[in-house]
Ligand binder design. Structure first.
Ligand code: F3S
Length: 62
């Protein structure tokens, strides 16, 4: 599984980085970024939760 944050729609609410810090990190641009190439097995559930909960649906999983 790969995760991607759309910089055009992320509003920097930080929800994903608190729900799933192993996958998402706030960067200097004030937006969340995916920090892994592949989502680790033990972080798939929280990545899904972050994607489902993001207020602007900025996170896509593939
Ligand atoms: Fe941005 Fe959504 Fe995360 S708005 S900070 S990608 S929860």
């Amino acid at each position: 599984m790969k995760a991607n944050v759309n910089p055009d729609t992320c509003i920097g609410c930080e929800l994903c980085t608190s729900v799933c810090p192993d996958v998402f990190k706030m960067e200097d641009d004030g937006l969340a970024h995916c920090i892994v190439d592949e989502v680790p097995t033990n972080a798939k559930a929280c990545a899904q939760e972050a994607s489902d909960s993001c207020p602007t649906s900025a996170i896509s999983l593939s």
